[in-house]
Design a protein around this ligand. Structure first.
Ligand code: SF4
Ligand code: SF4
Length: 468
């Protein structure tokens, strides 16, 4: 992934079919661990808490699939707003490109759901089974009452978090305050049980058992994020100039001379023990690195004990490591940021100028036209009116058409908030009055505000008549 040379380090070989080695992550305290803890707890709070927020008497975030309405903090999105969702995805993608080019995989280390849930599960593991050494010892012990109790407690807590994750997820699609009592009274929709089950199992497996395997083998971002890196991207790196040749320090006087030739790395392996993906950052940048900076905290704690400057492992750039200048403003970063900001501006404009109403016209496909007993010609339409505003409203439906064509429908239409109303409308042409030059005539349905007379929307369609 990187072209940073690592001096005096023999390349390691690894079998492609090597069995997974269980990683016993060691707990470490430090600046980045604190930052990570706060970020991940904040995200957890947002995920588990938002489902319980109420906004204007309704669940603040609710994706109501049967009604095809997505409510987000007082704004209702309809399937017709799908374009906005596409824009949002493109903005998110460019946001990710920008942040990756700037600071590597901080998304993975600090905000990715896989990291967040793994962090919670590891925290439970630490509380139930003890520190890294205690966990290694426990796993190597034969089964006993204590081991069974600790393991059982850990899995019960894992399953509870996984279950609550599933309930909360489904709670964004079914009002959560109704879902929970219905769930326990076995009165919820069968799909709710299926999805809660799927989410419980996936969360339990991904965060409890697979952990770093998801990041290394399943996440596509891990594979393509390197193309967004350049020599000025901030990434967690080992300062090989300062650290090599590495070596343990000996207290024997005879070794003193040799000790003085060593670099700052004392080869304590603490940076490897704290790494959630089990890699050695001293081997250079690797695609398995999620940029969590726990190895930075680990190495800083060692440097502090040795009275050496911190930062042997640190966030830095390839250019800086090689003694060159780091460029903050570079074409690629500016390009990503500009595209993101342009899209964001266009998205905000589209959101703010979105009309709270939609009009759709469908011609009756059964017959082009019909003669009536009064020798007039009629065409039938289904007029779909959608009140996408945040209140009940009355609309005035009128027709703009050549003389002799009239509309047979109630002009005053009252729609409740978020109501979709289908009105059957007949247009009637009196051949005595209308003097049509063609068999197909453009007509327009116009919807306006009855109080102010302001036009809200108009939609064109065709009136078809026999040749006169
Ligand atoms: S090498 Fe360091 S930054 Fe990368 S995943 Fe491991 S601990 Fe986190
Ligand atoms: S924690 Fe620092 S000193 Fe210890 S092995 Fe890692 S890089 Fe070397």
């Amino acid at each position: 992934m990187s072209n940073i040379p690592v001096k005096n380090v023999e390349p390691k070989t690894q079998s492609m079919y090597e069995k997974r080695k269980k990683i016993y992550v060691r707990e470490i305290q430090g600046v980045f661990q604190k930052l990570r803890t706060w970020t991940l707890w904040a995200l957890m709070l947002a995920y588990f808490g938002t489902a319980w927020l109420t906004w204007e008497g309704r669940q603040a975030v609710l994706f109501d699939l049967p009604a095809r309405q997505f409510h987000v903090l007082g704004i209702t999105f309809w399937p017709q707003d799908f374009m906005l969702l596409s824009w949002l995805l493109i903005i998110s993608a460019f946001g990710l490109f920008t942040i990756t080019n700037l600071a590597g995989r901080i998304w993975c280390g600090y905000t990715c759901p896989q990291s967040a849930w793994s962090f919670i599960f590891m925290w439970i593991e630490e509380k139930t089974e003890g520190s890294r050494n205690a966990r290694i010892k426990l796993d190597n012990e034969p089964m006993s009452g204590t081991k069974l109790r600790k393991k059982a407690l850990k899995h019960i807590l894992w399953l509870f978090v996984a279950f609550w994750t599933g309930v909360t997820f489904v709670g964004y699609f079914t009002p959560i305050r109704e879902l929970i009592p219905d769930f326990f009274q076995m009165a919820a929709n069968h799909w709710a049980y299926i999805w809660i089950g799927i989410f419980t199992v996936l969360t339990y497996l991904n965060a409890g058992w697979m952990r770093e395997q998801v990041c290394i083998y399943m996440c596509p971002y891990a594979r393509f994020q390197s193309v967004m890196y350049d020599r000025d991207t901030l990434a967690v790196s080992y300062d090989y100039n300062r650290g090599e040749p590495r070596g343990k320090r000996s207290k024997k006087a005879a070794d003193a001379e040799q000790q003085n030739t060593l670099g700052d790395c004392v080869d304590c392996s603490l940076c490897v023990q704290v790494c959630p993906t089990g890699i050695d950052i001293r081997d250079g940048m690797q695609y398995q690195c999620i940029g969590c900076a726990l190895c930075v905290d680990a190495c800083d704690s060692i440097m502090e004990k040795l009275n050496k400057p911190k930062g042997l492992v640190r966030y830095t750039t390839e250019n800086e490591l090689e003694g060159q200048k780091t460029h903050f403003f570079r074409p690629r970063l500016v390009g990503y940021a500009v595209v993101m900001l342009v899209m964001l501006t266009a998205f905000s404009y589209a959101l703010m100028t979105r009309t709270g109403f939609r009009l759709d016209i469908e011609r009756d496909r059964g017959a082009l036209y019909q003669w009536t007993v009064n020798d007039t010609v009629t065409n039938s339409y289904t007029v779909k009116l959608m009140n996408m505003s945040q209140s009940d409203r009355e609309y005035l439906l009128t027709l703009s058409a050549p003389e002799g064509i009239t509309m047979d429908a109630d002009e005053h239409q009252f729609l409740k908030v978020n109501e979709l109303k289908e009105v059957l409308v007949t247009l009637e042409m009196d051949p005595e009055v209308a003097n049509l030059k063609a068999t197909k005539v453009d007509v327009e349905f116009v919807v306006s505000d009855p109080a102010s007379g302001e036009e809200i929307e108009r939609e064109e369609t065709r009136f078809i008549a026999p040749r006169q």
